[in-house]
Design a protein around this ligand. Structure first.
Ligand SMILES: [Zn+2]
Length: 504
C-alpha cells in the first residue's frame, strides 16, 4: 500500500458515495499535506459526512442492523486522524453512521453542522441511548462561516436541498480549491431557508478548481423542480379538485414538503390536520422547535390541529387538508368520493394509500401524473450546466451516483464542455488533487462495515462492495440501459439545437 500521506498534496477519498449501484452511506475524506520548515509532512484531515448504507440486508451478514463506511483508520490516533467532521445536512445517508461508531467505542472529533442538523443528530443519540457525556462536541455553522485546520481552510456555503440547514463546503488548500456541493440544487425559491449561495460561488469562480458534486439527479434534463413550482401546482390541483377534504401525504424526512403543503392550504384558506406516524410527528416537532410556527402563520385565517380526533375534526367545518405520513385514510375523516381528493407526493412510500383511495373510490393524483409534486433536493443536468457556466471550467468529481451512470455521461459531458474527472472514482480509492488535475494514487478494496450489536456494543464486519440492485424496497436505481437512452436523448437534443443554430 502506497503511503501517500508522506508526500505533500491534497488528497480526496470517497468512502461511501461512489458505490457500484445503490448510493447511500456518504462519507468523504479530505487530507491536506504540506511540509514544515524541517521538511516533515504536516497533515490536516477532515471528514465530510458519515452516513449509513441503506441496503445492509444485501450484504448478507446475519443479525446485522446497519452498514457504515469504513472510517476506522481516520478516527484512530495516527497520521490521518480526522480533526473534524463536517455534516452537509441531516439526512440519514449523510450522518446516521455516527451513532454506530460511538457505540463501537470510537471517540469522534468535533462535528460542524447546521442548527437543524444538530437537533436531528441529538435525537439520534437519544434513540441509541448514548449518554450526553459521549456526544462529540458540536459547532453550529452558518452560511459564510470559515474554519482553519492546519493548512486547510473550510468555508460554509448554503445549499438548496430538502431540509433546513443544508450546506456545501469550499475547501481551500495551497494545492487546490474544491467546492464540495453536498446534496444540492440551484433552486432559489426555498421557503424559510437560504438557497444555494450562487453569489458566493460566482465570486470564487476563478479560484474553484474542482467540484465534488452531487450527481444524484444528473439523469434528468433541465433544472431540478423549484419549490415554488411545487407550491403552485399543489394550489392548482387542490383548487380544481373542488373537494372539501384533501389528503396530502408527505415524506417524513422532507420538511420542505410539510411547509409547502401547509402554505398551499393556507393560500386556499383550508384548515390543516397534521396526521401521521410517530416519525412524521417527530420531524414536525423538530420543525416547530426550529422556529417555524404553523399557528402563527395561520393567524386567524385557518385552524391547525395535530390529531385526528373526531371532536377536533368537527371544528374544521369539513374544509381541510390532511398533511402527514400515513398509509390509510382514517375513518375519523368520513371520507367519501363526493367530499375527498388525494394528492400523493412521493413515489414508493405511499403505494398502500393508492389502494385505500381506490377502494374508497376517492379520486387522486400522484407523482406519476405530475412529477413536480415530489420535492426534489438534487440538481438535474441543467443545474450542473449552470454551475459549470458560472465557474471557470472546473473538474467535476461525481459522487452520489453509481459508476455506470458517470461512464454513460462522458460523451454528453464532453459535448457540453463539462470536464469530468478522467477516471470514475470508486469508494475507498484515494485521489490526489492538484488544481484541476485529479489522479488516483491508491487503490483500496471497496467495502462496507456491517453493524451487529451485542450487549449494547456495536461490532463491525467487513463486507466487500458488490452490486446490490434488486434487493428490498431500495430497488430504485435507474437501469443502465434506461440511463444510456436518457443521455443519448439529451445529447441528440443538444446536437440538433446546435445544428439549427448553425443553420440560422
Ligand atoms: Zn439529502
Amino acid at each position: 500500500m502506497s503511503e501517500y500521506w508522506k508526500n505533500a498534496g491534497f488528497y480526496w477519498q470517497p468512502l461511501g458515495g461512489n458505490n457500484i449501484d445503490q448510493i447511500s452511506g456518504h462519507c468523504y475524506q479530505y487530507s491536506d499535506i504540506v511540509y514544515n520548515p524541517l521538511h516533515q509532512p504536516v497533515i490536516s484531515t477532515v471528514l465530510v459526512d458519515i452516513g449509513k448504507f441503506d441496503n445492509y440486508q444485501a450484504l448478507g451478514v446475519p443479525h446485522a442492523c446497519a452498514a457504515v463506511p469504513d472510517v476506522r483508520l481516520l478516527l484512530e490516533p495516527g497520521p490521518l486522524q480526522a480533526q473534524a467532521i463536517f455534516l452537509t445536512h441531516s439526512h440519514p445517508d449523510h450522518m446516521n453512521g455516527i451513532p454506530h461508531y460511538i457505540k463501537a467505542g470510537y471517540k469522534l472529533p468535533p462535528i460542524y453542522g447546521g442548527k437543524y442538523t444538530k437537533m436531528i443528530l441529538e435525537d439520534l443519540f437519544l434513540q441509541f441511548g448514548i449518554e450526553p457525556d459521549l456526544w462529540p462536541q458540536f459547532h453550529i455553522i452558518k452560511d459564510g462561516d470559515s474554519f482553519v485546520f492546519g493548512s486547510l481552510k473550510i468555508e460554509t456555503v448554503a445549499s438548496s436541498h430538502t431540509c433546513f440547514d443544508s450546506f456545501g463546503f469550499i475547501l481551500f488548500s495551497e494545492h487546490a480549491t474544491i467546492y464540495h456541493t453536498g446534496d444540492m440544487k440551484i433552486d432559489s425559491s426555498t421557503y424559510f431557508r437560504k438557497p444555494t449561495n450562487i453569489k458566493r460561488l460566482t465570486a470564487l469562480s476563478a479560484q474553484i478548481d474542482c467540484v465534488v458534486a452531487d450527481f444524484c439527479g444528473i439523469d434528468d434534463d433541465g433544472f431540478a423542480v423549484k419549490e415554488v413550482d411545487t407550491f403552485k401546482k399543489l394550489v392548482k390541483i387542490i383548487k380544481t379538485s373542488k373537494k372539501d377534504k384533501i389528503f396530502l401525504p408527505v415524506y417524513p424526512t422532507h420538511p420542505e414538503m410539510y411547509i409547502i403543503a401547509f402554505l398551499a392550504a393556507l393560500k386556499l384558506k383550508k384548515n390543516v390536520v397534521f396526521f401521521g406516524n410517530p416519525d412524521f410527528y417527530s420531524y414536525l416537532k423538530r420543525i416547530i422547535d426550529y422556529g417555524i410556527s404553523f399557528t402563527h402563520m395561520a393567524q386567524n385565517r385557518i385552524k391547525v390541529i395535530y390529531t385526528h380526533e373526531r371532536d377536533e375534526i368537527a371544528t374544521l367545518d369539513n374544509n381541510y387538508v390532511v398533511i402527514g405520513t400515513y398509509n390509510h385514510v382514517s375513518l375519523a375523516f368520513d371520507a367519501t368520493p363526493q367530499n375527498s381528493f388525494g394528492i400523493i407526493t412521493a413515489k414508493t412510500f405511499f403505494n398502500p394509500l393508492k389502494g385505500q383511495f381506490n377502494s374508497h373510490n376517492i379520486k387522486f393524483v400522484s407523482v406519476d401524473d405530475y412529477p413536480v409534486l415530489q420535492g426534489f433536493g438534487h440538481g438535474f443536468l441543467g443545474d450542473y450546466e449552470f454551475l459549470n457556466s458560472i465557474l471557470c471550467r472546473p473538474t467535476f468529481i461525481p459522487t452520489h451516483c453509481p459508476s455506470y451512470i458517470v461512464n454513460n455521461f462522458r460523451e454528453l459531458a464532453e459535448f457540453i464542455q463539462l470536464n469530468l474527472i478522467e477516471q470514475t472514482p470508486v469508494n475507498n480509492e484515494v485521489y490526489q488533487i492538484a488544481q484541476k488535475n485529479c489522479r488516483m494514487v491508491q487503490k483500496n478494496a471497496s467495502l462496507w462495515l456491517a453493524v451487529t450489536y451485542s450487549a449494547g456494543y456495536a461490532y463491525f464486519t467487513e463486507v466487500p462492495q458488490k452490486p446490490t440492485s434488486g434487493e428490498g424496497f431500495l430497488k430504485r436505481t435507474i437501469s443502465n440501459k434506461r440511463n444510456q437512452n436518457h443521455f443519448k436523448m439529451f445529447l441528440h437534443k443538444r446536437k440538433s439545437a446546435q445544428k439549427s443554430a448553425d443553420r440560422s
